[in-house]
Design a protein around this ligand. Structure first.
Ligand SMILES: [Fe+2]
Length: 492
């Protein structure tokens, strides 16, 4: 059954991004609410706002590394002259007054003081509430000389260990059937109760646990069957070869069939063996930040409930149809899995001031993972989950109607997108490897204070912010190269 609109669950990624912005307090984010505005124009305004913010920060010296709980880490230098201890005790009293937690304190003889006065230079690294930073610095200035703070850029907290994903479950309620009057299930209390019940599985889930199975009702299976059967007929002529291969395996090993909605636990085990990806249940539309943060660990946050029976070909929010038919088969391909993870490269080091850059990541995600096309054997095929889970847009994307451009991250990142109708523009990649390398080159061109590296042995993300850490990574790389060199020697 063709769709009259492409506003399917596959629109969720950009909604995630937009919802993030809506929660933000910046002027830029409010402007971005009108999604069809020129991104380039917004970029100009963003730069102006960032410059003004930087100027203000310079003036007040509120330069901190913000933590999730509203605390800030502050590095502060100051000088106390003379040998009397009163200045020291008064200064330390300031830290006590603001209930700051001192992480590090060291001193050295001061060589800058005039008139041969003795004194000490102090360095204090402390944790203080974000709202107290400015006042604390002012108070220290009243007691000490030459007060300086180091320049640090504000970054959001992000998960470093895979278990940290238990904290990455912030939902966006905009498309919740309890709140959104346009949701097909808004007037159906039975559906809403069912959705809540399945959602509770996700709320109670912790990393490492087995995902609780859902016994789907006959009505839910009928909905699945209608979408599954309709799309399956189209895949052989429209889906890329990697998708077709994975779909065949999923039907053979994971219970993919018109009469059965696959269980997330089974699919997760299948993906782990194929590409190392894991699924974890999520109760609804996840915030964009949490969603991308999960991909860095090769974890895909996956809804478990299904769309309303009255609207089998349309859902305003993500559901298991979109995840299982759109995303999962592609995550079973090694190259695409690598691309999905690389996609988060650079994301972590996007500072709070770089909100528009953050949006560019999601726009690129939109035009690749959700709506990407690729070339195969002289034909154009679909690999985007938004296409492969939407009959209407899948047909539209490979028709003569839309404009199809070569994938170029610089262009795609600022291309206005459409979330209420079919995309007027798609981007076609030569291959996933080609798209991955182009994306890497794009990220490499973005000025960032640090990079991150995923360690598969510890399932953790390491911040590469000093040469020693990079050297450690190179040691591991050398070991892997030796293994491969040995393998070549054995074969030759
Ligand atoms: Fe999606």
């Amino acid at each position: 059954m063709p769709l009259s609109s492409s506003s399917t669950s596959s629109t969720k990624s950009i909604r995630r991004a937009a919802s993030e912005l809506e929660r933000s307090d910046s002027i830029t984010s409010q402007r971005f609410m009108g999604r069809r505005q020129s991104l380039i124009e917004d970029a100009r305004k963003e730069r102006e706002a960032a410059a003004a913010a930087a100027e203000a920060a310079e003036a007040t010296e509120q330069i901190v590394f913000e933590e999730e709980d509203g605390k800030a880490l502050l590095n502060i230098f100051f000088t106390l002259r003379g040998s009397k201890t009163t200045a020291l005790s008064r200064t330390l009293k300031v830290f006590e007054t603001f209930e700051s937690k001192i992480h590090h304190l060291e001193t050295r003889p001061c060589r800058k003081l005039k008139d041969n006065l003795e004194g000490l230079e102090y360095f204090v690294r402390c944790e203080v509430h974000l709202s107290d930073v400015s006042t604390l610095i002012s108070s220290v200035k009243r007691n000490a000389e030459d007060v300086k703070t180091t320049k640090e850029i504000k970054f959001h907290w992000f998960p470093k260990k895979i278990a940290d994903l238990d904290r990455c479950h912030h939902l966006v309620t905009k498309f919740d059937p309890d709140l959104d009057q346009d949701h097909p299930g808004f007037t159906d209390p039975v559906y809403r109760q069912r959705r809540k019940m399945i959602g509770d599985i996700a709320f109670g889930y912790k990393h490492g646990q087995t995902i609780t199975r859902v016994e789907y009702t006959e009505e839910e299976i009928n909905t699945w069957r209608e979408v599954y059967s309709t799309l399956r007929d189209l895949y052989s002529t429209h889906a890329c070869s990697e998708y077709l291969e994975a779909f065949r395996l999923l039907e053979r090993h994971c219970g993919y069939s018109p009469d059965n909605i696959p269980q997330l636990e089974d699919v997760s085990c299948f993906l782990r063996e194929r590409t190392g990806f894991l699924l974890r249940p999520v109760a609804g539309l996840l915030s964009a930040r949490d969603f991308l943060a999960s991909l860095a660990f090769r974890v895909f946050q996956c809804t478990q409930y299904i769309r309303h029976a009255s609207s089998p070909m349309h859902s305003p929010e993500p559901d298991c149809v979109h995840e299982l038919l759109g995303h999962v088969p592609m995550l079973a391909d090694r190259t695409f899995a690598q691309f999905s993870q690389v996609f988060t490269q650079g994301f972590h080091s996007t500072s709070r001031a770089g909100k528009l850059q953050y949006i560019f990541y999601f726009t690129l995600y939109w035009f690749t993972v959700e709506y990407g096309l690729c070339k195969q054997n002289g034909e154009v095929r679909a690999y985007g989950a938004g296409l492969l889970s939407s009959y209407g847009e899948l047909v539209h994307s490979l028709s003569d109607e839309p404009e199809v451009r070569e994938f170029d991250p610089e262009t795609a990142a600022v291309q206005p997108y459409q979330d209420q109708d079919y995309q007027p523009v798609y981007f076609v990649s030569e291959s996933f490897s080609d798209a991955k390398e182009k994306f890497r080159a794009y990220v490499a061109g973005i000025k960032r204070p640090f990079s991150v590296k995923y360690d598969p042995y510890t399932s953790s993300v390491e911040v590469l912010d000093n040469p020693l850490k990079i050297q450690g990574g190179l040691e591991g790389l050398k070991d892997e190269l030796k293994v491969l060199t040995d393998a070549i020697g054995v074969l030759s």
